[in-house]
Design a protein around this ligand. Structure first.
Ligand code: FE
Ligand code: FE
Ligand code: MG
Length: 170
């Protein structure tokens, strides 16, 4: 823990325990998002599978980076990141959408849903710390920017399917 780190946040009028809890929930979301992308990239089927798998694999790596950044900040503030996968589902906000139907278009839809949930999570976190806890604010803004980009990347893929259905359908 960083004693000063915690003190600064408290002094700025932020409830540190509530913040840690919210960061932890986002941390759980990130692990689930990481795995959702990782496994999606491998099981994807259909004409668009190759294209989609590349994007999903890239996003998986970025979700893992988000988990790393969140863990670092949680520890700095005196908290403990959820140390067991059992906790990920329990404490997550966005949950996990298993790729039961590996059709690329179905995976796309699921992952867009996940990104939209993540965007709401980080917007809410940003509102909690904005103008007060500058370090967390910076971190959350960086992650939010990535999530917005993820949503757009996936929407673009969906859009290219709307233009040329033959390209994407089985
Ligand atoms: Fe993320
Ligand atoms: Fe994302
Ligand atoms: Mg991308």
């Amino acid at each position: 823990m960083g004693m000063k780190a915690k003190e600064l946040v408290r002094r700025a009028g932020v409830d540190v325990d509530a913040l840690i809890q919210e960061l932890n929930s986002a941390y759980c979301d990130e692990w689930l998002a990481y795995y959702q992308y990782w496994i999606g990239a491998r099981v994807a089927e259909g004409k668009m599978a190759h294209l989609l798998a590349e994007e999903l694999a890239e996003h998986a790596g970025e979700e893992l980076e988000h988990a790393e950044k969140l863990a670092k900040r949680i520890i700095e503030l005196g908290g403990t990141p959820s140390i067991s996968p059992e906790l990920w589902l329990k404490e997550s906000t966005c949950g996990f959408l298993a790729p039961k139907d590996p059709e690329a278009m179905v995976l796309l839809k699921q992952n867009i849903q996940g990104e939209r949930c993540a965007i709401e999570v980080y917007q809410k976190l940003l509102d909690r710390v904005a103008g007060k806890d500058h370090v967390t604010e910076h971190l959350v803004r960086e992650i939010l920017e990535d999530e917005l980009e993820h949503e757009q990347d996936l929407e673009d893929l969906q859009g290219s399917c709307a233009v040329d259905k033959k390209m994407c359908m089985k």
